[in-house]
Design a protein around this ligand. Structure first.
Ligand SMILES: [Zn+2]
Ligand SMILES: [Zn+2]
Length: 355
């Protein structure tokens, strides 16, 4: 009797567990169904006003970081999309943010340090497959960009064949594969490199020696403007170039924090890594100096990105900024997923989080 009761309890437990598991699965099915019907294929830009919109697809640096992809800022100017740098991991973030890849018109490289282009293969692939291109993606950048684009195109050629074979030429349009390099001339004072009826993009050489060709970019649309510094030391030319812009995205490295990390590396017996920490402040800009550039330029907002070291918590953001707000008050530290919107013919700067 006792034994039978034992089996009965076990059977009951099994029925309850099975029912619970089934219930969980049904709940999961419903959640999945709901997620698919509300997110897949939805145009997340539909609610955006006409204007300039900057998607922070990567706010990080070469330092490993679970939260931040390598440098990348994508811009929607009216109906046209542009991507500035494609750091590691950034293109996946861009997809998650709902950036309309089918409106991508061109990509731009600030300079040829690998952390600024190591996601370029993924960008070219997404432009082709998700963007439905039938011509190669134009990729603007300094001399050498041609070699990089040719290298990525070569590396992805085997994959190209598989995709055309599997999806057919009507979907994987053979002509849309790869990139087409467009070399940006180095002209002090800046040069217009892209213009159509309502979007103008300019490039300015900045100092990131020993990198001999580094560029900042300025995008103007609908009476609004934003500037992307790329990697540079403090630059008066950049302040002039950014004159009156609404938003300046400026790189920032905190030398005191990097110095502290370098000391620890020395103490741990890693002189090579310590040497790298000692070297890098001389070709980047401190947060205070970035604030000085923003003040000189008279921009509305300064957004610091390419953060070295990237502050992992709010309290450490204060350490990173130090006395920066003494020089310029309207400062935001970029985070992956941030959207900065500048509605056309307006003065507002609207921040949102898309991740
Ligand atoms: Zn660099
Ligand atoms: Zn960099």
């Amino acid at each position: 009797m006792k034994k039978r009761l034992g089996w009965g309890i076990l059977a009951l437990v099994m029925v309850v567990v099975a029912g619970f598991a089934l219930g969980q699965r049904q709940i999961g099915e419903r959640l999945f169904e709901r997620a698919v019907s509300t997110t897949v294929g939805v145009d997340r830009t539909a609610s955006l006003p006409d204007g300039l919109h900057a998607y922070v697809c990567g706010s990080g640096s070469p330092m490993p970081d679970a939260e931040r992809a390598g440098p990348c800022i994508a811009v929607l100017a009216g109906k046209r999309g542009f991507v500035f740098d494609a750091g590691s991991g950034s293109i996946r973030k861009l997809g998650r943010m709902g950036f309309p890849m089918d409106r991508l018109d061109a990509a731009f490289l600030t300079h040829l340090h690998s952390d600024h282009f190591d996601g370029l293969g993924e960008l070219m692939l997404q432009a082709w497959m998700a963007g439905g291109r039938d011509t190669p993606l134009p990729i603007y950048g300094p001399e050498g960009t041609d070699r990089i684009v040719a290298g990525f195109t070569d590396a992805y050629t085997i994959d190209r064949g598989y995709r055309i074979a599997h999806h057919g030429e009507a979907v994987a349009r053979p002509g849309g594969f790869g990139g087409e390099a467009r070399i940006v001339p180095i002209e002090a004072g800046g040069v217009i490199i892209y213009r159509d009826s309502d979007v103008t993009i300019r490039a300015l050489p900045v100092d990131h020696a020993p990198v001999d060709r580094a560029l900042a970019y300025r995008i103007d649309y609908g009476g609004r403007s934003l500037v992307i510094s790329g990697d540079t030391v403090k630059s008066d030319a950049l302040a002039k170039f950014a004159k009156g812009a609404d938003v300046l995205f400026h790189e920032a490295l905190n030398p005191r924090m990097i110095g502290r990390i370098g000391k620890q590396l020395t103490a741990r017996g890693n002189p090579d890594a310590a040497k790298i920490m000692a070297d890098i402040p001389d070709y980047h800009t401190s947060p205070e100096d970035a604030a000085r550039v923003a003040a000189d330029a008279g921009v509305r907002e300064l957004v610091l990105y390419h953060l070295v070291p990237a502050p992992p918590a709010r309290l450490i953001e204060r350490v990173f900024l130090g006395e920066t707000r003494d020089h310029f008050d309207a400062i935001t530290l970029a985070q992956d997923g941030m959207l900065v919107s500048l509605p056309a013919k307006d003065k507002d700067v609207i921040f949102d989080d898309l991740l």
